[in-house]
Design a protein around this ligand. Structure first.
Ligand SMILES: [Zn+2]
Length: 410
């Protein structure tokens, strides 16, 4: 089941079967508690998760900003996502905001989303930071913005200003459509302003990563040594241009061949894409298998990376998660990310299912479930630190992502 239908279905199912919003809230909705209870805070599961790591090197490289445009954030949401007449989008929006625990602050949703994020980051160890994503509008083939096709927009300025205001907790990634006439200029300005990466969601934003129209932008990325964090595989959380084929991992070869460091979000762990390498015989295969093919192509070494955000969601194949843990040769190319606020959406990740699959010790599940109610960031981190398949686990360096982003241009 895709994530959006899953969310809408889960919400309406809970309301129908329990007959009351209060019950639905308790079982499905993140209760947004703040401080950890002492028994959890001092739990060995949490202490051991930090063992072997320098917290100052641990950056969550995949965190989303959300809001309603209140308090001057500049965020815009497509009215379609605000209407109860479009239930899927409506529930999706509620879940997203609830996961960030901003739902009970009328008039201050954007501000309270950030405050919550700040508190959660504060609940990690000193030095830990989040890379906050701006989110570009959908553009057409001539590089002009299409507000009518844009699900939501988080301006670069907003992400930059938050990183400036809270440098102990936040870094930021810009989001710039490569076909914008001022694309390269905007990129150069973002780098001057400390952007650590550029973030794309090609199917929604209307970007074909294999288009020669991207070349100027790729040349600039390579020159500036700014990584491109881009979604590949199926995307269900955000609608927009409606070009799913532009999420095909194989289309990223063009960026790689330009010398761009490319981070494939979620290691393309969801959905299917056409195996375009087979020409006329092309058929659909898992997006992850295409990502895997790119990872084994030697020429992309040092350029192609994947982030491990969202890989534990229930809509992923468990075999994909197993492969990522077992492929220790890939670990130097994997980067820790949470895809916040998703880890705060209660039904999306099931520690008990991971126990059943033998990936997690049974004693860890109840601790993680309590932890998630208080701090979804810490939950995601601790969970991924403790995933095992046989003797294999994610290497420490997967979590120490800071050096990847701090590399200065030659
Ligand atoms: Zn994401």
């Amino acid at each position: 089941m895709n994530r959006r239908r899953f969310l809408a279905g889960a919400a309406s199912l809970a309301l129908a079967t329990t007959g009351g919003q209060a019950v639905a809230r308790r079982t499905l909705w993140n209760p947004c508690r703040a401080a950890l209870p002492p028994a959890i805070a001092d739990h060995d599961l949490i202490h051991s998760a930090w063992e072997g790591l320098d917290p100052a090197q641990v950056w969550d490289c995949h965190a989303h900003l959300a809001g309603l445009g209140e308090g001057g954030s500049g965020i815009t949401i497509n009215p379609r996502m605000l209407s109860p007449l479009h239930p899927a989008e409506y529930f999706q929006r509620l879940f997203y905001l609830n996961a960030g625990c901003a739902h009970e602050a009328p008039g201050e949703v954007d501000q309270s989303y950030v405050e919550r994020l700040h508190n959660l980051a504060d609940g990690m160890r000193t030095g830990f930071k989040l890379v906050l994503f701006a989110f570009e509008r959908t553009h057409d083939s001539t590089g002009r913005p299409r507000p009518d096709l844009t699900a939501f927009h988080v301006p670069d300025d907003y992400a930059r200003n938050l990183a400036r205001a809270h440098p102990a907790f936040f870094e930021w990634a810009c989001s710039i459509h490569p076909w914008r006439e001022d694309g390269v200029e905007a990129l150069e300005a973002a780098v001057r302003d400390g952007a650590r990466a550029v973030k794309w969601l090609p199917p929604a934003m209307g970007i074909d990563p294999a288009s020669p129209q991207c070349d100027r932008f790729y040349a600039a990325l390579a020159r500036l040594d700014l990584p491109l964090i881009t979604h590949a595989g199926e995307e269900k959380a955000v609608q927009g241009a409606g070009r799913p084929e532009w999420g095909n991992p194989l289309r990223l070869r063009r960026a790689l061949d330009h010398g761009v460091r490319v981070v494939v979000a979620h290691c393309a762990s969801l959905g299917q894409d056409l195996d375009e390498d087979r020409g006329r015989a092309a058929r659909k295969v898992s997006s992850f298998s295409l990502f895997s093919r790119l990872m084994t192509e030697g020429r992309h070494e040092g350029r192609l990376f994947g982030d491990i955000s969202a890989i534990t969601l229930r809509n992923r194949e468990i075999s994909t998660l197993r492969t990522l843990i077992q492929r220790e040769d890939w670990h130097p190319r994997l980067l820790f990310g949470t895809d916040y606020p998703l880890p705060g959406v209660l039904p999306l990740i099931s520690p008990r299912q991971l126990v059943r699959e033998g990936l997690l010790a049974p004693t860890a599940a109840p601790v993680l479930e309590t932890l998630r109610e208080h701090n979804p960031l810490l939950f995601d981190f601790v969970l991924k630190r403790h995933l095992r398949t046989g003797p294999a686990r994610f290497a420490d360096r997967v979590f120490e992502t800071r050096p990847f982003f701090e590399r200065t241009p030659a």
